[in-house]
Design a protein around this ligand. Structure first.
Ligand code: SF4
Ligand code: SF4
Length: 243
């Protein structure tokens, strides 16, 4: 497999390296990395852009700020945390990735992720796909009716929206009502069989929050607060976010 050679040119005045130190366990330094490669072995983004988490971390440790901060690989990490579990030194590489993303100008971030973050604020539903209140109600009611008719064992099944005082407030990823509505039903069935007292909210029903993936702390929090307010408005006790 072809390998990219990392060229060290002169002395690097790294500022990013200082920030990277914050992701290390207490009292640690980047030399803690044993270069064992366990992080890379289970990483779904290993090999993409000729990069992997070990290499990314080593580049940061070497002070290659420009290469680290402009690598598209930072947008390929899924934040799954497998590397953290595998690492004998517990080095938090996804936090390093998050810090790198946070440094990217908004206009340079991948359009799909950035656009999905911003779309959530265009409706009161927080849907990254722009699905509004009426769209959601229509799909939920339509799918519910279909299943109640087709499956007698679930004739009494409910999928409430805005049921005040329900114990559980459930969020739903927009992808399901918009593109795969049948995928909502298995969870409805579980909640029905468990006799759970639950509801969706017409406002803030969308579970996804792409601002997290943009490392945009301000908009991430804003998105969460809109949904939390919807839970409080209905007086629900438990917020179930399926994301
Ligand atoms: S698993 Fe940890 S110690 Fe091993 S190469 Fe990766 S970051 Fe370094
Ligand atoms: S969190 Fe990112 S770097 Fe770590 S294993 Fe997952 S995809 Fe790879």
């Amino acid at each position: 497999m072809p390998q990219t050679v990392i060229k060290l040119q002169g002395t690097s005045k790294s500022t990013f390296k200082d920030e990277v130190m914050k992701i290390l366990p207490d009292g640690g330094n980047l030399n803690l990395c044993l270069t064992c490669g366990l992080c890379a072995s289970g990483c779904p983004a290993s090999g993409l852009e000729d990069m992997d988490p070990r290499k990314f971390l080593r580049m940061a440790a070497l002070g290659l700020d420009e290469e680290v901060l402009t690598s598209n690989w930072a947008w390929m990490c899924t934040m799954c945390q497998r590397c953290v579990y595998a690492c004998p030194m517990k080095i938090d590489i996804p936090q390093l990735v998050f810090n790198v993303r946070n440094r990217w100008p908004k206009e340079a971030q991948p359009k799909g992720i950035r656009g999905s973050c911003e779309m959530a604020f265009k409706t009161e539903t927080c849907s990254a796909m722009g699905a509004g209140v009426e769209d959601f109600k229509f799909v939920v009611e339509d799918v519910l009716e279909e299943y109640r008719e087709a499956q007698p064992a679930f004739r009494e099944m409910k999928a409430p929206i805005d049921k005040g005082g329900a114990e559980f407030f459930l969020n739903q990823n927009s992808r399901e009502p918009v593109t795969e509505p049948d995928e909502m039903v298995p969870l409805w069935k579980i909640l029905h069989l468990a006799q759970a007292d639950w509801t969706y909210g017409a406002k803030g029903w969308a579970a996804e929050n792409y601002c997290l993936f943009c490392a945009d702390n301000e908009m991430w929090e804003k998105n969460v607060r809109i949904k939390a307010a919807a839970v409080d408005d209905l007086g629900c006790k438990v917020w179930l976010n399926t994301e």
